[in-house]
Design a protein around this ligand. Structure first.
Ligand code: ATP
Length: 225
């Protein structure tokens, strides 16, 4: 077994509509700052918390695979995309536990905005029995306990730890880590594409080419002719 297969596994879920350099830089800095071996990218099939994505699940998976092909630390998990069921994180983590065993450290990576929304997630307190949570402080989204729901702030008070705690046990800690501010969002990329402006340098070149080849995110009326 490679050392990277024993070290904590990072998990980065998202709509990835499309995947961009903000996601990839988050993964890269999480590896270094948190001592992760690899990161598993899990595109949501039918995201439970938002409207229908602009690209199909298969296209979002293709784009994640193109991005991951450039980095041996990244692996892609297609299970949510292949499932008919809505995508929820707790069942996904239960599946990973069944696959990887009880001893492996699993670290769910979240931006601070996603973390603040945790109490609306299905069975959210069960997350801590399955994984650690590492919160990346993303530009414009700080993590003030006073701004969190009381239940989530209480979880932070009980569980917040330094990064080395992630190595010591398989689940249950909350760790914060600052990342380089890259003010990139999939929404802004979709808006650029809709206006036929270039999203180049905001996401991997192969993904830019894929979006152009498949005519993704164009305004419907411009697409009609
Ligand atoms: P959208 O604009 O469509 O809402 P998004 O760019 O926020 O999408 P998601 O797929 O919803 O991307 O995000 C997946 C995860 O990546 C979330 O935890 C989110 O906080 C994090 N994330 C997204 N963009 C960045 C960024 N620029 N820097 C750091 N983390 C990010």
């Amino acid at each position: 077994m490679q050392p990277s297969e024993r070290a904590p596994l990072g998990i980065l879920g998202g709509t990835f509509d499309p995947i961009h350099n903000g996601h990839l830089r988050l993964a890269e800095e999480a590896v270094t700052q948190l001592g992760l071996g690899r990161i598993r990218l899990i595109p949501a099939g039918r995201p439970a918390h938002r409207g229908a994505p602009g690209a199909s699940a298969a296209q979002r998976l293709d784009m994640v695979q193109l991005a991951a092909a450039e980095n041996p630390r990244l692996e892609v998990d297609a299970a949510e995309v292949l499932s008919e069921a809505p995508s929820y994180t707790v069942p996904t983590l239960e599946r990973l536990r069944a696959e990887l065993g009880d001893a492996r450290q699993l670290v769910l990576l979240l931006g601070a905005d996603a973390f603040a929304g945790l109490p609306s997630w299905h069975r959210w307190t069960t997350l801590f029995e399955l994984a650690h949570i590492a919160v990346a402080t993303r530009p414009g989204h700080t993590l003030e306990l006073a701004a969190l729901s009381p239940a989530l702030a209480e979880q932070c008070r009980q569980r917040e730890s330094a990064a080395d705690a992630l190595q010591a046990r398989p689940h249950g800690c909350i760790v914060r880590f600052p990342i380089t501010a890259l003010d990139i969002s999939a929404t802004a990329i979709r808006t650029l594409c809709a206006r036929r402006e270039s999203p180049r340098y905001l996401l991997p070149e192969g993904v830019v080419d894929y979006i152009a080849q498949h005519g993704l995110y164009l305004e419907p009326e411009e697409n009609a002719f």
